[in-house]
Design a protein around this ligand. Structure first.
Ligand SMILES: NC(=O)c1ccc[n+]([C@@H]2O[C@H](COP(=O)([O-])OP(=O)(O)OC[C@H]3O[C@@H](n4cnc5c(N)ncnc54)[C@H](O)[C@@H]3O)[C@@H](O)[C@H]2O)c1
Length: 319
């Protein structure tokens, strides 16, 4: 019996692969190794996993229904963790087609396989971006999310709706995981924190949108992985949409101050107006995750940033 992880070579997927292999699970990973960011980074993410005989990697797309059918026919897959997606808000405005195709049709393909091959449990990555510019904080799963402000957010909201439908029609246990800005080792290079570190290192001015006033709930990768694993194993899951955040929020300006301290270098900053698609704030109410799924985030930003910077400084470019 295996767990299928889509987007296995990505930031969150590769950490999940490593953690579940440590727990002696048998894992099948699928990833298209697309060039949203360098595929060699993704190859590197799976360097250790590839040596583990409990791990099978399939290079291919969740848009290839023939490939998916072959994978499900040849393996006994009881559980799916569906992370494959085009992530990132701003590029989704430039190129909505690839977002709609991958994030909506791709998710539909995975749910169809879950139905056809009777996988009882499916976890699907959603995003805090579905909350749009909601004013009420912290964001709770019961808040209205009918006003996405980017194609990316719209695709994530649509995924949640499809998940409910498959749960209702086919009695699948499904969790939609609303991740709040995840960071840590292997973080995608275009995301704030990793991108800011690169710019500080190269003495480049950091473009800071909305004059640094955007507020984000940054969540450390180990907390996210513990949350996902708890939900994966929980006897309580039927259908839930679940916030996974740190439940704390910080402005971009204050984040940069913390990074300057950790890197012991002053950043140069270009202040800009806000960008289309960027939400003003994110802040997770994590009561549901805590009470029903024993989620217990342990890395406040100051601690997590130390871990991130220590990983960042161990990369080859510092050797
Ligand atoms: N990182 C965050 O802060 C964050 C926040 C909210 C939601 N999410 C969601 O979590 C999931 C994982 O995010 P991540 O940061 O690890 O992103 P990532 O880009 O590092 O990982 C996604 C992986 O999916 C793969 N992929 C894309 N299209 C594919 C396809 N058609 N077939 C197979 N594989 C495909 C990519 O190659 C990539 O390796 C995504 O669904 C993302 O939208 C992430």
């Amino acid at each position: 019996m295996s767990i299928l992880i889509t987007g296995a070579a990505g930031f969150i997927g590769s950490h999940l692969v490593d953690t579940l292999l440590l727990a002696n699970e048998s894992i099948i990973g699928i990833d298209s190794f697309n060039n949203y960011y360098s595929p060699s980074i993704k190859e590197n993410n799976l360097k250790e996993a590839k040596n583990n005989s409990n791990f099978k990697l399939i290079t291919g797309s969740i848009l290839d229904t023939h490939l998916l059918d072959t994978i499900f026919k040849n393996n006994t897959i009881t559980t799916i963790i569906h992370l494959a997606a085009y992530a990132g808000v701003r590029p989704s405005i430039e190129n909505p087609d690839i977002y709609y195709e991958t994030n909506i049709t791709g998710t539909k393909n995975i749910l169809e396989c879950a139905k056809k091959y009777q996988c009882k449990r499916v976890l699907v990555a959603s995003s805090s971006s579905v909350y749009g510019n909601n004013k009420k904080i912290p964001f709770s799963e019961t808040d209205p999310v009918d006003n996405p402000i980017s194609p990316y957010a719209a695709t994530k909201k649509m995924s949640e709706i499809m998940c409910y439908n498959y749960h209702y029609l086919y009695n699948l246990d499904i969790a939609c995981l609303r991740f709040f800005t995840v960071y840590g080792p292997r973080q995608r290079p275009e995301m704030a924190i990793h991108k800011f570190c690169n710019m500080i290192r190269h003495n480049q001015p950091i473009p800071v949108y909305n004059h640094g006033k955007c507020l984000r709930d940054y969540t450390y990768i180990d907390d996210i992985i513990n949350g996902v694993v708890n939900i994966l194993k929980s006897p309580n899951l039927s259908f839930d949409i679940i916030n996974l955040g740190e439940s704390a929020t910080i402005s971009t300006n204050d984040l940069i101050l913390l990074l300057e301290k950790e890197l012991n270098t002053k950043a140069s900053i270009t202040y800009l107006d806000s960008q289309q698609g960027d939400v003003e704030q994110t802040f997770a109410d994590i009561t549901l995750a805590k009470t029903k799924y024993n989620y217990d985030p342990k890395f406040p930003l100051e601690t997590g940033l130390k871990q991130f910077v220590s990983w960042y400084q161990s990369l080859n470019h510092f050797a």
